[in-house]
Ligand binder design. Sequence first.
Ligand code: PHE
Length: 455
Amino acid sequence: MKESLQKRDSWNSKLGFILATAGSAVGLGNLWKFPYTVGKNGGGAFLLVYMIFLLLIGYPLMLAAITLGRKTKLCAVGAYKSINKNWAFVGFLGVLCGFFILAFYSTVGGWVIYYLIEAIKGNLNTTNSTLLANIFTQFISSPQKSILYQAIFLIITYLIVVKGIKNGIEKASKIMMPALLIMIIIIAFRSLSLPNAIEGIKFLFIPDFSKVNLNVIMNALGQVFFSLSIGMGVIVTYGSYLDKKENIILASTYIPLLDTFVALVAGLATIPAVFSFNFEIAQGPSLMFITLPAVFSSMSFGYLFCIAFFILVLFAALTSSISMLEVCVSYFVDEKNKKRSSSALLITLVIFLIGIPATLSMGVLKDFKLLGSLNFFDFYDKLTSNIFLPLGGFLLSIFVGYVLTTKLALDEICINGEKFILASIWSFLIKYIVPPLVFIILINSLKELFTLIIN
Ligand code: PHE
């Protein structure tokens, strides 16, 4: 408890909050997951559904989560519990979700570290898709290597969380985040100037409505939750550090805006190049790792760009992974009175163990489908993005809408006399739109997951 209180003091600045929360939101979800999910789900049709969910569900929930955190000044479990004891389980669900996200997030974090090293060695300097695909496949097919790099990613995450240098990392993101932004804008320009890039733009921005199906809808909702870090208590926890004098409305507007901007630019950096180089748009998780090195190879100073890019991606991934680990650790520290260092170590170890099958299922265990037609990586991804996070978001909307009540939430939002012109729209969305909409999609996702497992 003491430890978390100390931390609470040191985070009392709006910039600290924005940096930490934006750091959590902007990560592999934007740079790696968004482009390939767009690619797999029909391009513009997916983007359109994504944008609608962002406005109707993501943004209102972001505001709700920050408000709940700041009102109670407690971490996720404590926040729910302090208002109604029976609701503590929502915080606990978030902790559980953190374990499973980090389990496969660290797989990809490991890939980024490996690619950084390969970039330094100068091994990625080609636009040949077969060669680039080989580099990727060879790496993920080596159990030793891919597990080793996953472990390195987790160890770095652990060290940051336990050594209390999170603050330093968040301050560093003041430089790293703008650097990342400038960098992907430049890459996007390069990608857009490649021959045939226009096909990629069309794919991304012109919706083909015949492609909108239930799957696209479920994945778009999952991506909104995943990308904004909503539904597992990260935002509630970070919101609890926000000072009472800060404007919640502004703070919760910046984050989704920035997050969506980064995702879109990452899409523009990747997708036109995929069309230009004639790569496979629906190839899935390997998309960024195969496409972007080709873009770098086609630009001057590409070698340096490639290195700088993977450093920045690693940084963005770490500011997200520490937020997940933090939710899990603070649960055991605050709620179970455990020591910070030992609980962090134990949690990281458990995540590593759950994570190993996810890593292997991209390589040697590729065809080993323990869970019906899903491998472990896909299972963790679907379980968290399409089930746990939406469930957490659904419960958050019910909680803020009816248990805390939007009236009390609005009192907190406007505590310094802030004018919130969208107040009644926000209340309406939180009470009447978010819960049924998320619920219906959630039921379908559950059905889908169940069918995939038993098949
Ligand atoms: N939003 C993060 C990203 O885009 C991932 C994340 C999900 C972080 C859930 C925390 C909680 O990379």
